[in-house]
Design a protein around this ligand. Sequence first.
Ligand SMILES: [Zn+2]
Ligand SMILES: [Zn+2]
Length: 341
Amino acid sequence: MKGVVYLGDSEVEVREIPKPEPGPNEVVIEMKVGGLCGSDLHKYHSSRAWALEREGMISGHEPTGVVSELGKDVSNLSVGDRVCVYHSVGCGHCNVCLSGTPVFCENEGAFGRTRNGCHADYMLSEARYCLPLPDSLSFSVGAQLACTAGTAFSATNKIPSRAGDTFVVFGLGPVGLTVLLFGEAMGYKTIGVDVHPFRMKNAERVAGGTILNGRDVDPVGAILDLTGGKGAEGVVECSGNEIARAQAAAAARLHGTVVYVGAGAEHLKIDFLDILRKALTLKGNSVYSMGDYFKAVAFLEKHDIPLDDMVTHRFKIDQAVEAFRTFDSGETGKVIFDWEN
Ligand SMILES: [Zn+2]
Ligand SMILES: [Zn+2]
C-alpha cells in the first residue's frame, strides 16, 4: 500500500509500505478520507532529526474509512462498518482514558505523531478508537469530526448562552470557522473575526453573520457597536494570537463566557478589569471527548451545517507532496486525501 512519510524541513514522500495486520483487539481500516490539519503542518515543518526519530512513521490523524479486517477478540465492529477514528490514544485503562479523553492520559500519543496515521491506503487502530459514522454523514465530514469539528463542537457547547445571543469567534481557520457554523446552527447571532484575506473570503462563502477584518477595524469597538454597547454573551478564541486573546475578553459582555481554543502564544495577557468588572467566565478547550463525538453526530444529523463545503482541495495519496505544499500556502480551506472522488 501507499503511505505518506515526513522527511523533515517541509518535505514529505509517498512510500510503498506493507499493509498492516491486526493484532488482538485491533482492526485494519480501508481509508476513505484522511484530512490534513494545521497541526500536521507543525510536523511537516519539523527538523530532519525529528522525522528520522520516527523512522518512516505515516502522517495524518483525521481518519475515516471502512473496517476491512478484524483482529482477534474484536466483538463491537464488523467488516464493512463505516468509522471515524478518534485521533489521540492513551493507555486505555486509566480514569481519563475511560472518561473518553485519552488526549489527557499520562501515556498520551496520537496517530500521525507517535504512531502510524491515516495518510495511507490502510491504517491500523485499536477497536476502541473506532467511532461509528452513520450513513447520513459523508466521509469528509467524518474526517473533520475526528479532529477539527469535534473540537469545534466541544468549544461551542462550553458557551452557556441561548439562541439569539451574540456569539463571536476570533480566528477563522478550520476550527474557528466550524465553531462559527455550529454557533449559527444553534441560533446565535454570529460575528467572525480574522485578518487573513483568504480566510475572510472563505468564511464569507461558507458562513452567514458578520465577518470582521481585525486589521481594518478595531474588532472590540465593532462588536460593541453591533451589540448596542453591551458586548457578546459568548466568545470563542481560536487564533492563539496574544492580541486576539485580550480582545476576546474585551468583547465579552457582563457575565459572558470566553472559551480559549487556539494554541500559539505562550501567555494569556488580558485586562484584569475585564474579568472582574464583567464577572466573566474563562474556559479552556483542548480537543474533545469521545462522548462529545456522539453528541456532535446527533447534532449534525438534525441540522444542515455545510461542513462538506469547508473542503476546498481534494488530493489522491500519490499527490501528497502537492497536497502538503498547497495546504502550507495558507490559501486553502479544508484539505483532504480522498480515496472515493
Ligand atoms: Zn487535527
Ligand atoms: Zn490512560
